[in-house]
Design a binder for this molecule. Structure first.
Ligand code: KMH
Ligand code: ZN
Length: 279
């Protein structure tokens, strides 16, 4: 099992943008293809191995425009060695059809959310049939899923998915615990520990805590032998009263803490082997 502390280095994923923050509220949020390329380079330099991408249109609004997704995947691949993961979560307003079409941009990896959850004042809808469709289409296209877990019951859904529909492309299961979403599981040590009991045998996991749960979740995941996701999608405050400067600042902090924990960051090529990404 990969959940033993010290068993391996740390895979650091950066989620630089998301679909929730507005450019007006967070002026340094990377939103253009150029911004994302620079972010990828800067974050790779300080220890990221994978990038979880959402894209924005000319007005910095979240979009699932396929042309822009393809352009972004191409540009990030050309300018960095990071594993490129596209979000199929999109924004809470995106249709199932548009979210499935994201896979036509052929990223190395894509997120696959494992259930419906209240998301602040909104609902992030993920019906069972939709989850199955995402899982199957990713396998057909050789895209490695990252199963996104917002609540404990979604780990039960993941186990059902693997039982009924088999392993994903690459044969390895990797999931990401997203804690601290208002409406999802709480971002604390006890909840990370509860989630660990439900992680499928042989799977690897990362964890991220939204907002002020960032550091408690990061430290809990490192202690548990887990991997890390950080970035401005999840956190825009670096410390009390101090805004995040850029995504690389969050990656650099995660790298330092990983090194201190004797779980140094792994590079993109090592991460490809870990996750079963072919490229
Ligand atoms: N933007 C959220 C509604 C994902 O990227 O797969 C969903 C989300 C999950 O961010
Ligand atoms: Zn996302």
């Amino acid at each position: 099992s990969t959940s033993r502390p010290g068993a391996h280095g740390t895979l650091i994923t950066v989620a630089p943008t998301g679909a929730e923050h507005s450019k007006a509220d967070v002026p340094n949020l990377p939103v253009t293809v150029e911004d994302l390329v620079r972010t990828a380079r800067d974050c790779e330099r300080v220890g990221a191995a994978m990038i979880h991408l959402h894209v924005r249109d000319r007005d910095a609004k979240p979009t699932l425009d396929l042309g822009l997704l393809r352009e972004t995947v191409g540009a990030v691949r050309e300018n960095s060695n990071l594993i490129v993961q596209l979000s199929t979560g999109g924004a809470v307003t995106d249709s199932e059809a548009d979210r499935l079409a994201v896979l036509d941009a052929l990223p190395d990896s894509a997120s696959c959310s494992m259930g419906t959850v209240n998301f602040g004042d909104d609902v992030f809808l993920n019906r069972w049939e939709f989850i199955v469709e995402l899982h199957k289409r990713m396998r057909e296209r050789d895209i490695v899923p990252e199963y996104e877990i917002f609540d404990l019951g979604q780990l039960t859904t993941l186990r059902r998915l693997l039982d009924e529909h088999g392993l994903p492309s690459g044969g390895h299961v990797h999931l990401d615990l997203v804690l601290g979403v208002p409406g999802g599981m709480a971002g604390d040590l006890e909840t990370v520990a509860a989630a660990l009991r439900l992680v499928p045998e042989g799977a690897t996991f990362s964890a991220t805590g939204v907002g002020r749960s960032t550091l408690p979740v990061l430290l809990a995941s490192l202690s548990a032998g887990g991997h890390l996701r950080v970035g401005m999608e999840d956190t825009t405050t670096y410390a009390r009263g101090e805004k995040v400067k850029d995504n690389a600042q969050l990656v650099a902090r995660a790298s330092s803490l990983s090194r201190i924990a004797q779980r140094p960051p792994i590079g993109p090529d090592e991460a490809r082997v870990l996750l079963g990404v072919a490229r």
